[in-house]
Design a protein. Structure first.
Length: 596
C-alpha cells in the first residue's frame, strides 16, 4: 500500500533531474553557437526552447539575449527580453549591454531608465553598459547623471564602473574630468588605462598619450589590443614610423598582431608614414578582417593613388558578404575624385542606396569635389542645388577648390556669398577664396578675404614640412634658417637649382600669391618648406633610403614640378604627404599623374 507513495517522489526527482539537465544543456549549446556565430542553428534552437516552454527561465533568456547580441541583432535581443516573465538584474544587464554594444545607445538608455522605474538597482555590469551608451552619443551630461547615481550608491570606487566612466568622459572629449576620475581610482585596470590613452590620442595630446603608455608598461600592466591600437594611431597621426615599428614588434611578441583592431591601426600607421607596402603586408597577414580593416586599406590605397586596387577591394568585400558602410563609400569616392574618374564616382554614389547607405553631406562633398576637380563646375552646382539637406562648409569648400584649380573667379565669388551665409567657417575656406583671387591678380579682393580672418582673430596655418631621422623629427618652414645644418641645406638647394635649370626647369612664380618683385618671387618659391626638408634628407640619409616628407598643407604646383626633376637628378625616391594625399616621385614622375 505504501508503494505508490514511495514511487511518486522517485518519479518527481527523476523528472527534476532531467529538466535541469535539459535546460543546462541548452544553455551550453547556446554558448557554443554564440562563439561560432551560427545564426541558422541558433534560430532552430530558439524554436525548440519555445516549444519546450523553457524560455521563461532567466538563465535561458540571458543566453538567448547574448546570442542575438553577438550576432549583431539587438532588436531580437529586446524581443526575447520582453517575452521573459521573470526579469533579474542579469536579464536587464544583458539587454542593455546588447543595445550599447550594437550601436543602439538611445534604446540602451531607455531600458536603463525603465529598469530604474521597476526598482532594479544597477550593478557593476549595468553601469558600464549605460556609460558606454553615453560615450557613443558623446553626451557627457547624461553620463554625469549616471556618474552621480553611481556615487550615491557607492559604485564610484568600483574598478569596472570607474574605468567605464574614464572611457566615457574621454570619448566625450572631457579629458580633464576623465583624468580626475582616473587619478582618484583606488585601483585601475587595462580598461581605465586604455580609455585614458585613447582620450589623449583623440584630443591630439600625443605626448601625454605616449607618456601614459610608457607608464602603463613600467607598472607591468597587461595592455590589450585596444591599448595598442590607440598608441599606434598616435604614432600614425604624428608620423612616428620608428616608434610605431617598435610597438608593432611588441604586438608580435604578445600575439596581438592578429587582432583586427590593431591591424587597422597598423595599416593607418604605415600608410600615413608613406609605406603603403607595409599596409598591404599587414592587411594580408591578419586572418580575420573586420570592416574597420577594409576601410583602412581602402583609404590607404586611395591616398597613395592605387585606384584600381580600391575598386578591387570593394568588389572583394561584396563577394565575401562584407557590408560596406558610409565610411567605405567615402573612401571609394575619394579615390574617384583624386583620380579624375567622374563616371565611376557617379556610379558608386548611386550604388550607396542599394547597400542601404543614405548619402550624407560628406558624400555630397566628395561628389562635388570629383566634379569640380574635373572641371565640371556647373554640374557640381546642380548637385548642390538638388541636395536633400543644406550644403555644409565642406560642400562649398569642395566647389571652391574646383574653382581655384580651373580659375573660375566668378563662380568663386558666388560660392563666397553662400559661404558667408553659413556664419563662422574655418580659416581654410577663407584662404581658398583669398588664393583664388590672388591667382587671378585681384589682390584687393584677396586682401579683403584675409582681413576678415584677421578681424575674427583667425590666423592662417603656417606651412610646415618635416622628416623623421631616427628618434628625432626635423621640422621646416618656408625660408627657415634656424636648423643646425641650415648652411649645408641652402648650399644643397643652390646645387640642385643648377642641375634643375640644366634639365629645363623654370620656376612658376604664379604660385607666389604675394605682391612681390620677380626675383624675390623666384627666391621665395625656391625655399618652400618641402624643398628644405628634401635638401636636409639628401645630405643626411644614405642613398638607398627613400626620402619621406610630411606636410600639413597642399604642395604647390611649382614644388610638385621641382620635386619631379629633383627625383630624376638625384635618382632618389621621394615620398611627399600633403594634406590631401601621397605623392611618390621617382625618375621624374609622380604617382598622382599630376592630378591632385
Amino acid at each position: 500500500m505504501n508503494y505508490p507513495l514511495v514511487q511518486e517522489p522517485l518519479q518527481q526527482t527523476t523528472f527534476s533531474q532531467s529538466f535541469n539537465l535539459n535546460y543546462r544543456a541548452i544553455c551550453n549549446n547556446l554558448l557554443s553557437l554564440t562563439q561560432s556565430r551560427s545564426l541558422p542553428k541558433g534560430l532552430a534552437l530558439h524554436a525548440h526552447i519555445i516549444k519546450a516552454g523553457i524560455q521563461i527561465i532567466p538563465l535561458v533568456s540571458h543566453h538567448l539575449i547574448n546570442f542575438y547580441s553577438k550576432l549583431q541583432r539587438p532588436i531580437d535581443s529586446t524581443l526575447v527580453f520582453h517575452e521573459t516573465h521573470s526579469k533579474s538584474s542579469t536579464t536587464w544587464s544583458s539587454v542593455i549591454s546588447s543595445l550599447s554594444q550594437n550601436e543602439q545607445p538611445i534604446l540602451a538608455l531607455q531600458f536603463f531608465r525603465q529598469m530604474l522605474h521597476n526598482g532594479v538597482t544597477p550593478d557593476d555590469h549595468i553601469f558600464p553598459c549605460a556609460t558606454k551608451a553615453c560615450g557613443i552619443l558623446c553626451d557627457y551630461r547624461i553620463g554625469q547623471s549616471i556618474h552621480c547615481f553611481a556615487f550615491k550608491i557607492g559604485f564610484d570606487s568600483d574598478v569596472f564602473v570607474g574605468s567605464s566612466l574614464v572611457d566615457m568622459y574621454a570619448k566625450c572629449g572631457n579629458i580633464e574630468i576623465a583624468r580626475k576620475v582616473f587619478d582618484q581610482m583606488p585601483e585601475r585596470n587595462v580598461v581605465s588605462w586604455s580609455g585614458m590613452i585613447y582620450g589623449y590620442a583623440q584630443m591630439a595630446e600625443d605626448e601625454e598619450a605616449l607618456r601614459l603608455f610608457k607608464l602603463a608598461l613600467v607598472e607591468g600592466l597587461d595592455v590589450n589590443d585596444f591599448t595598442f591600437s590607440s598608441v599606434i594611431r598616435v604614432c600614425a597621426n604624428s608620423t612616428l614610423l620608428e616608434l610605431g615599428k617598435q610597438i608593432h614588434g611588441l604586438c608580435l611578441k604578445t600575439s596581438y598582431d592578429s587582432s583586427s583592431f590593431i591591424g587597422s591601426a597598423l595599416i593607418s600607421l604605415y600608410s600615413k608614414c608613406g609605406l603603403v607596402e607595409g599596409a598591404y603586408r599587414v592587411f594580408n597577414e591578419v586572418p580575420v578582417r573586420n570592416l574597420g580593416m577594409w576601410n583602412a586599406m581602402l583609404i590607404a590605397c586611395a591616398q597613395h593613388g592605387h585606384t584600381e586596387k580600391v575598386f578591387g577591394l570593394f568588389k572583394e568585400m561584396e563577394s565575401i558578404g562584407m557590408k560596406p558602410n558610409f565610411i567605405t563609400f567615402l573612401c571609394v569616392l575619394y579615390a574617384c575624385s583624386h583620380a579624375g574618374l567622374v563616371p565611376e564616382g557617379k556610379l558608386y554614389f548611386d550604388l550607396m542606396k542599394k547597400h542601404g547607405v543614405e548619402p550624407g553631406d560628406q558624400h555630397y562633398a566628395s561628389l562635388v569635389d570629383c566634379l569640380g576637380r574635373a572641371g565640371k563646375l556647373q554640374e557640381a552646382v546642380q548637385v548642390i542645388e538638388k541636395m536633400p539637406m543644406q550644403p555644409t562648409e565642406s560642400v562649398w569648400g569642395a566647389l571652391l577648390t574646383g574653382c581655384r584649380i580651373h580659375k573660375n573667379i566668378e563662380l568663386s565669388a558666388y560660392v563666397a556669398d553662400r559661404v558667408f551665409e553659413l556664419g563662422p567657417v574655418s580659416s581654410g575656406v577663407h584662404v581658398l577664396l583669398s588664393n583664388a583671387y590672388a591667382a587671378a591678380g585681384r589682390y584687393q579682393e584677396a586682401a579683403k578675404a584675409r582681413k576678415m580672418l584677421r578681424d575674427k582673430g583667425v590666423k592662417k596655418e603656417t606651412g610646415l614640412s618635416w622628416v623623421e631621422e631616427g628618434n628625432k623629427v626635423h621640422t621646416f618652414a618656408a625660408g627657415d634658417r634656424s636648423h643646425s645644418k641650415s648652411k649645408e641645406i641652402y648650399e644643397k638647394l643652390d646645387e640642385l637649382g643648377d642641375y634643375m635649370e640644366q634639365a629645363g626647369y623654370v620656376a612658376d612664380t604664379n604660385y607666389v600669391l604675394q605682391q612681390v618683385a620677380g626675383q624675390e618671387k623666384s627666391e621665395t618659391i625656391r625655399y618652400h618648406s618641402e624643398r628644405l626638408a628634401i635638401a636636409f634628407a639628401l645630405i643626411t640619409f644614405p642613398p638607398e633610403r627613400p626620402i619621406r616628407v610630411m606636410k600639413n598643407l597642399r604642395v604647390c604646383g611649382d614644388c610638385h614640378n621641382a620635386i619631379k626633376i629633383i627625383s630624376k637628378c638625384t635618382k632618389r625616391v621621394i615620398i611627399v604627404r600633403d594634406n590631401n594625399r601621397f605623392h611618390r616621385f621617382e625618375d621624374g614622375k609622380c604617382s598622382c599623374g599630376d592630378y591632385w
